[in-house]
Write a protein that binds this ligand. Structure first.
Ligand code: FPP
Length: 258
């Protein structure tokens, strides 16, 4: 009797990750979640480790986050892995980050294939090292027939350049009679962006306590719900993702209406 008493769990504490997932899935989950994965350097510094150790740990969190997003039925997960401004970082750090897609996909591509995940990438491909692009293109090719979660890496991505390039392409198409000025509305303009085939993010998450967008999806985030946390990206857990989604589910999106 006494033993039984001690074994009995408080129902409030007994909620496992699986229970929480089931609970979250009872309400609509965001279709597109975008994440600014920030704080790898600070995570490493706190442990007197080189910054690249933080990026390596961050890569493991990419895997966990992807698997949970897929399980939740999220359609697209866009991850800001490297911005057009990140080239200013020390050479060894840039080189290390550029090796991460190879390491990540070298290890986890079979798991992504098996779990019906489609790998995609947005960003300026031409400046990326050949080995980085090779790993990504292989993953895109091997997952192209999957129809589950789209795992979209934003790599060498910058939103202002993306918008400017779209404007130039629009002008070009207008000058060449491919597009009429009267046909140019928000939907048409969106089709000139790198996200042409994606819906806009419903939820943006940024880790590490920074409250800014850092040149990330400025056009696409116009009506997204924003969720910021002080947690550093390598410490971002499945529970944190569920917390962000739960907050999203409790918000009222009005898109400018009442
Ligand atoms: C920002 O943290 C993080 C980055 C610029 C790199 C993000 C990359 C990963 C999380 C790994 C990506 C994995 C794959 C598979 C591509 P920061 O370095 O700016 O951190 P800090 O603000 O604390 O210095």
């Amino acid at each position: 009797m006494f033993k039984k008493f001690w074994l009995r769990k408080n129902p409030k504490d007994s909620s496992t990750l699986q229970d929480k997932i089931e609970e979250i899935k009872k309400m609509p989950v965001p279709n597109h979640v975008a994440i600014i994965m920030d704080g790898n350097g600070r995570w490493a510094k706190k442990r007197a480790l080189p910054r690249i150790a933080g990026h390596h740990e961050g890569m493991k969190v990419v895997r966990k986050t992807t698997m949970l997003a897929n399980k939740l039925g999220i359609k697209t997960l866009t991850l800001y892995a490297f911005s057009t401004e990140n080239w200013k970082r020390p050479k060894n750090e840039v080189e290390y980050i550029m090796r991460l897609p190879e390491e990540f996909l070298g290890t986890f591509l079979p798991e992504l294939v098996e779990n019906n995940v489609q790998v995609k990438m947005m960003g300026y491909k031409n400046q990326l090292p050949v080995h980085t692009m090779h790993a990504i293109e292989k993953a895109i090719e091997e997952t192209k027939h999957n129809n589950g979660l789209v795992l979209n890496f934003a790599l060498n991505y910058g939103s202002r350049s993306e918008i400017l390039d779209a404007v130039k392409q629009v002008l070009n198409d207008c000058n060449n009679g491919i597009l009429k000025e009267t046909e140019l509305d928000e939907k048409a303009f969106s089709s000139y962006m790198m996200t042409a085939n994606f819906a806009d993010p419903d939820l943006l998450i940024r880790t590490s306590g920074e409250i800014r967008l850092s040149n990330f999806m400025l056009w696409q985030l116009a009506y997204s719900e924003l969720w910021f946390t002080d947690v550093l990206w390598p410490d971002f857990s499945e529970e944190h993702l569920l917390e962000a989604i739960e907050t999203f589910q409790n918000r009222q999106r009005r898109f400018g209406g009442l």
